[in-house]
Write a protein that binds this ligand. Structure first.
Ligand SMILES: NC(=O)c1ccc[n+]([C@@H]2O[C@H](COP(=O)([O-])OP(=O)(O)OC[C@H]3O[C@@H](n4cnc5c(N)ncnc54)[C@H](OP(=O)(O)O)[C@@H]3O)[C@@H](O)[C@H]2O)c1
Length: 291
């Protein structure tokens, strides 16, 4: 007899998912939703108290630590018991500041966390996924992975790297039955902006900087972004769709702003786009004279 449809069955029953950056924001919302849908979870983040609370709430295993640490990644795979159906590469942050002014160590760290750690985490789960001839790699990118905007050049670079790498990976892994999906949120109401502020504060308050006129409007721009911001639960629902759909799309723009940008990127000439971005980010027409 065929199994009867059970409406209480979760869409992720019997599946194991690793979620990085699960101590807040999009990662925590995703952990909650995946748990509600029956997934067995392994969570990661650096803040032990928050991670523990998330793990307790979702009945998850947890591995506390920096995702750039190889031992943390190995422990995550081990905690999953050698079987990973879904990997959500979500841990990340934004390093603000002009491309010229961000210290190269901070720029490298941005690439390490947002790109190389996600790439290495993926490589750690691939042997098991290839063996099972199935699996999903869900990479939380950003609409910043599709175009560059001022004062976030290094963040945009890290997400562009993730996008190009994911596109290649998607084609390489399709013959093994493994699907790779990019999630591209616009602004989302999480700690992201607060974390970015803390990292960029010294740079963005440098009154001597040749870019000082860019900084005047930072508060306005952030307030404007917040007005358009989506909720982390909305991003989590798209991640669930990407985890469940038989034929998921290569990329999902999430939030109204991201969807609008991905359309504009297809239809507008670059010079028009630049003008629109300059307006939104209140880029000064002329930089102040050099002292
Ligand atoms: N919010 C937005 O507007 C927005 C828009 C587009 C894309 N995104 C992307 O969405 C993802 C999640 O961000 P969010 O908005 O949810 O921000 P968030 O609330 O600040 O969450 C970021 C998460 O990443 C973790 N994390 C950061 N660095 C880590 C590291 N080195 N090792 C392990 N975990 C680390 C943080 O935990 P700990 O601090 O405890 O380690 C936290 O759980 C990021 O990749 C971000 O780029 C966000």
């Amino acid at each position: 007899m065929p199994p009867r449809y059970n409406p209480r069955m979760g869409r992720l029953d019997g599946r194991t998912a690793i979620v990085t950056g699960a101590s807040g924001g999009i990662g925590l919302a995703t952990a909650r939703l995946f748990h509600a849908e029956g997934a067995r979870l392994v969570l990661n983040a650096r803040r032990a108290d928050r991670l523990q609370a998330a793990a307790q709430e979702t009945g998850a295993e947890s591995v506390c630590g920096d995702i750039t640490d190889p031992a943390v990644r190995t422990n995550l795979v081990q905690a999953a018991g050698g079987r990973v159906d879904i990997l959500v590469n979500n841990a990340g942050y934004g390093q603000p500041g002009p491309c010229e002014a961000v210290p190269i160590e901070a720029a490298r760290r941005q690439m390490e966390v947002n790109f190389f750690a996600a790439a290495e985490m993926t490589r750690a789960v691939l042997p098991a996924m290839r063996g099972a001839r199935s699996g999903r790699i869900l990479n939380v990118s950003s609409i910043a992975g599709r175009f560059g905007y001022p004062l976030f050049g290094w963040y945009c670079a890290s997400k562009h790297a993730l996008e190009g790498w994911s596109d290649a990976l998607r084609l390489e892994l399709a013959p093994f039955g493994i699907k790779v999906v990019l999630i591209e949120p616009g602004p989302v109401r999480t700690d992201f902006f607060e974390v970015a502020r803390a990292r960029g504060d010294a740079l963005l308050s440098d009154k001597e900087s040749p870019y000082r006129d860019f900084y005047v409007a930072v508060d306005d721009i952030e307030a404007d972004m917040m007005k358009q911001a989506g909720e982390p639960e909305g991003v989590a629902r798209v991640l669930l769709k990407a985890a469940c759909k038989r034929r998921p799309r290569a990329r999902y723009a999430v939030t109204g702003m991201a969807k609008m940008m991905s359309v504009l990127l297809r239809v507008l000439p670059r010079s028009w786009l630049d003008a629109a971005v300059n307006r939104q980010f209140q880029v000064p027409k002329r930089a102040p004279p050099e002292e």
